[in-house]
Write a protein that binds this ligand. Structure first.
Ligand SMILES: N[C@@H](CCC(=O)N[C@@H](CS)C(=O)NCC(=O)O)C(=O)O
Length: 278
């Protein structure tokens, strides 16, 4: 890679060199499958193909919350998709997510089966299917959608921007780290101000927007991603820390956040039965 002070972009970008850094081996500028591979299927109505990243655990936490409320239809098989090995480019996975990113869900209880990709779409699909963790009243629902889509729009600045340049890039570049640290701190302040007068993001009730936002920003302030708690002074966002800890204490959070996480001491690679987490 050339020094940033010398780099002059060519007229037409070409895919020539690996950019370096973590995950460089899986980045490619084309879509579609790279190899034939059918997806395994388990016995439950819902088949989840995922990995325990912040985007992945949103879904397993919601499923465990639904099961905790007694919704048997939320029983699921969670298969692991190892994105570091390029399994997201297998033909079976690409059929249910043409965007080749985890998480992806197949609902076999419908005829034909329903595929859903994009974590917020999956959460919304499940919340509507079971009529839980989503308000019915129009303005409360709009508030929930606003925070849910706030997360989807904001987290790429945290993960793809700040996290990439602070934790994964092959060298520390001051310009992008400053640019994205500034934006992430602004986002934390947005959350902190909102949570100064509310227990949860939308008020008194915990809903899918809390699960989605917590998986990124809760993890950030609890220093579970990027080891940047000191650098970003996350302790100063006291309301976010209070909210994050409260959610982390929920039994369903504790269960769901262990799924598809073989690298954690109490994590499990796959989940096919509720006893897998007992
Ligand atoms: N907007 C997507 C983002 C999903 C995403 O970026 N997933 C990452 C893991 S957290 C992934 O599968 N990366 C594999 C790749 O980029 O090839 C969502 O929320 O579902």
């Amino acid at each position: 890679m050339s020094d940033s002070s010398e780099y002059v972009p060519p007229k037409v970008w070409k895919w020539e060199n690996e950019s370096g850094g973590k995950f460089a081996n899986i980045n490619r500028p084309i879509a579609g499958s790279t190899h034939d591979k059918e997806l395994p299927e388990g016995k439950h109505p819902l088949q989840l193909y995922s990995l325990g990243t912040p985007n992945g655990i949103k879904v397993t936490i919601l499923l465990e919350e639904l099961l905790a409320l007694g919704h048997e239809g939320a029983e699921y098989d969670a298969f692991i998709i190892n994105i570091g090995e390029g399994e997201q480019f297998g033909s079976g996975f690409v059929e249910i997510n043409p965007n080749s990113k985890i998480p992806a869900l197949l609902d076999k209880s419908t005829d034909p089966s329903t595929r859903v990709f994009e974590s917020a779409a999956i959460m919304l699909y499940l919340a509507e299917k079971f009529q839980e963790f989503i308000p019915n009243e129009a303005s409360a629902r709009a508030e929930c959608m606003s925070w849910l889509f706030w997360q989807m729009g904001s987290a790429p600045y945290l993960g793809g921007g700040f996290g990439h340049f602070y934790a994964y890039a092959p060298e520390k570049f001051e310009y992008p780290i400053n640019r994205f640290a500034m934006e992430v701190k602004r986002q934390l302040d947005v959350l902190d101000k909102n949570l100064s007068s509310r227990q949860y993001l939308c008020g008194d009730d915990y809903n899918i927007s809390d699960i989605a936002v917590h998986s990124w920003y809760g993890s950030l302030v609890l220093n579970n991603i990027y080891e940047s708690a000191e650098f970003l002074d996350v302790a100063s966002y006291e309301n976010v820390v209070r909210w994050a800890k409260e959610i982390t204490d929920r039994p369903a959070y504790k269960r769901g956040s262990r799924v598809n996480r073989p690298w954690m001491s109490d994590g499990i690679a796959e989940r096919h039965d509720s006893t897998d987490l007992d």
